[in-house]
Design a protein around this ligand. Structure first.
Ligand code: ADP
Length: 189
């Protein structure tokens, strides 16, 4: 199995690169952001609870996203592998993911970190907000809150995978194909 964690701050290009990875490697894409937005559009209790936090740029509780990922792993038992996009976002989530995979005799192959500076991130997110209709992309204050949550809670997840010798850093500035090429080089190694 090929199991990748795509890592990087909001706006780093994780979703865009996931699409290309799905096409080429036939992996199943698990984006906790997309799963949460699905719950919101279906008007579930979980979605209602998550929406308040997401609109403020805060993380939703670990148990919620871990539960969603666990369900998806169970629902895709025959998969060739997974791309985890926007998950794990805390060290507790990373530990839970290791345990979930271990129970399936699987493991994370690589964490691929897309490096993009803060100024470029804010520019990309405001640009995306014009099209995506995502409330959390339209407001500079919420964007800054998301980047702060990332620096406080998510950045330490890199250390978790560095300790396991799985951390690979990629320059996230350049053309989509250039960046994809760098990711693919890691996978083909
Ligand atoms: P981005 O990475 O571009 O900010 P996402 O679609 O990945 O966007 O996430 C949007 C929001 O969903 C986050 O700001 C957060 O509130 C929530 N979220 C997504 N994934 C997680 C997660 N793994 N843990 C906690 N909250 C999450």
């Amino acid at each position: 199995m090929l199991n990748l964690v795509l890592f990087g701050p909001p706006g780093a290009g994780k979703g865009t690169q996931s699409q290309k990875l799905i096409e080429k490697h036939g992996l199943i894409h698990l984006s906790t952001g997309d799963l949460l937005r699905g719950e919101i559009s279906q008007g579930t209790a979980l979605g209602l609870e998550a929406k308040k936090l997401m609109d403020e740029g805060m993380l939703v509780p670990d148990e919620v996203v871990i539960g969603m990922i666990s369900n998806k792993l169970d629902a895709n038992k025959e998969a060739e592998g997974f791309i985890f996009d926007g998950f794990p976002r805390t060290v507790a989530q990373a530990e839970a993911l290791d345990n979930l995979l271990e129970s399936k005799a699987a493991t994370i192959s690589h964490m691929i970190a897309l490096e993009v500076d803060a100024e470029e991130l804010e520019r990309r997110l405001l640009e995306r907000g014009k099209e995506s209709g995502r409330a959390d992309d339209a407001n500079p204050e919420v964007i800054r809150k998301r980047i702060k949550e990332y620096n406080d809670k998510t950045a330490p997840v890199a250390g978790f995978y560095k300790n396991q010798d799985k951390f690979k850093s990629i320059n996230g500035i350049g053309s989509i194909d250039q960046i994809y090429g760098a990711i693919d080089a890691v996978i083909e190694q």
